[in-house]
Ligand binder design. Structure first.
Ligand SMILES: [Zn+2]
Length: 428
């Protein structure tokens, strides 16, 4: 059968790779958004030996309501950070170009006391925040060198941040606290109103303030907490995502596309049409950018709400979760709005499945999606399946299966194969 060659990735990493990446400022947004690379998961048997420390990092994010003066203070802090970021980037660049020297993180941090005498406005910012800016520069360079080593076509030298392009700062250890009535106290900024909508569990490590594209303020805490294992279950599921329905499970269930997809798609199309009519560089166009940012933000909120609920249900119900690796079938950026909204939703959905499954001790597998629609899940016969053919009609074993359900079966089959499990009630 062709199936073995189709296997791509399953999160079957050596113990060293299993540790959560060291948490450093600058990375936290990638973390929060749940990009790939989080949540490597293992089959149960390997898991139990690896998760000795049984700890993981989690993000808790809350909306802030700073008053006018505090907003000004927060924005000033961002601006100071931006200045420092650009300054550190610049000195690294000149040190290298003029003297062939590579400056280290410590060498840069040591210059802070001199910098503060030259630029007194830096003193208004908590020293730990400034230290963290240097860490971000360091990370940017590390990422750059990693890309160079990987022979990336365009490794992309770290960039200077333009006005308004620096939107978060981090207290890496201290300088922040939460009052008994759930307000947040930030050193050198003040006491801010916070919507503490869910309690934090675990030990708070870092605190990051973030300004959204629409000017809202958020605080996110990185917390070290204990894993919340769910009781083991032998149930398995394969999930096929598509445009007709949001997802089809190998159990025959379908997750419908939420209604807001279509509604928001219209709002976005409308906004973008209007935006393109406004002349470039005009204040109207600048102002209108906010309208579009707001639609994007609303889509992201509703999408996350939807995918979080769906992924929670799946992780609660199934012990082994198999999905297709969307990276393999790299969907090029396309102009079809429906597709791009769905695309972002699947990515979020899979990332959430991955991290929820990790915490719960469930197995999560990504398989190569090639031929999952064309192959008969019963006998393995492969045939052409144009997109408009909704039913797979197998000439070999005469089975008739819904196209998406057949793909879900195949995804489950490939995933189980990758884990070395059999399809029916595995011994776990
Ligand atoms: Zn067949």
């Amino acid at each position: 059968m062709v199936l073995t060659s189709q296997l791509t990735s399953y999160n079957h990493l050596p113990p060293t790779a299993q540790k959560a990446p060291p948490f450093q400022g600058g990375d936290e947004w990638a973390y929060l958004m749940g990009r790939d690379g989080l949540g490597a998961l293992l089959p149960f048997d390997i898991c139990s030996t690896l998760c000795d420390n049984a700890h993981m990092r989690k993000m808790f994010q809350y909306r802030l309501f700073p008053h006018k003066k505090q907003v000004q203070k927060l924005n000033e802090t961002l601006e100071e950070c931006r200045w420092l970021y650009n300054h550190l980037l610049g000195t690294r660049k000149t040190a290298y170009e003029e003297r062939g020297e590579s400056l280290s993180l410590y060498q840069q941090q040591e210059t802070f006391s001199i910098l503060k005498t030259e630029r007194s406005s830096l003193k208004a910012v908590h020293s730990q925040i400034l230290q963290n800016v240097a860490v971000r520069v360091e990370l940017a360079f590390k990422a750059f060198f990693r890309r160079v080593r990987a022979h990336a076509e365009d490794p992309g030298y770290p960039r200077f941040k333009g006005y308004g392009r620096y939107d978060s700062f981090t207290f890496p250890q201290s300088g922040f606290s939460i009052t008994h009535d759930n307000r947040i106290v930030l050193s050198k900024i003040g006491t801010l109103k916070m919507v503490y909508h869910r309690p934090m569990k675990g030990k708070v490590k870092t605190c990051t303030l973030h300004r959204s594209s629409t000017g809202k303020w958020y605080v996110s805490f990185s917390v070290e907490c204990e894993l919340e294992r769910l009781p083991e279950t032998p149930t398995q599921v394969g999930i096929d995502v598509g445009l007709k329905t949001f997802a089809t499970l190998s159990t025959g269930e379908e997750i419908e596309n939420p209604r807001f997809f279509r509604k928001e798609e219209k709002a976005l199309a409308h906004g973008q049409r209007k935006h393109s009519k406004l002349a470039k560089g005009t204040p109207e166009r600048r102002k209108h950018r906010k309208v579009i940012a707001r639609v994007h933000e609303r889509i992201a909120f509703r999408r996350d709400n939807f995918t979080h609920q769906e992924s929670r249900q799946i992780v609660d119900r199934f012990g082994v979760i198999c999905v297709e690796d969307l990276q393999v079938n790299r969907m090029v950026h396309n102009h079809c709005l429906a597709k791009s909204i769905a695309d972002a939703s699947w990515t979020a959905f899979f990332a959430q499945l991955s991290s929820k499954a990790e915490e719960a001790g469930r197995a999560f597998v990504k398989v190569n999606p090639a031929y999952t629609s064309q192959t008969c899940s019963i006998c393995g016969h492969r045939q052409k399946m144009p997109l408009d053919v909704r039913v797979l009609d197998c000439p070999c074993c005469h089975v008739q299966l819904d196209r998406d359900l057949n793909a879900a079966y195949n995804i489950r089959g490939l995933g189980l194969q990758a884990l070395g499990l059999s399809v029916e009630a595995p011994r776990l």
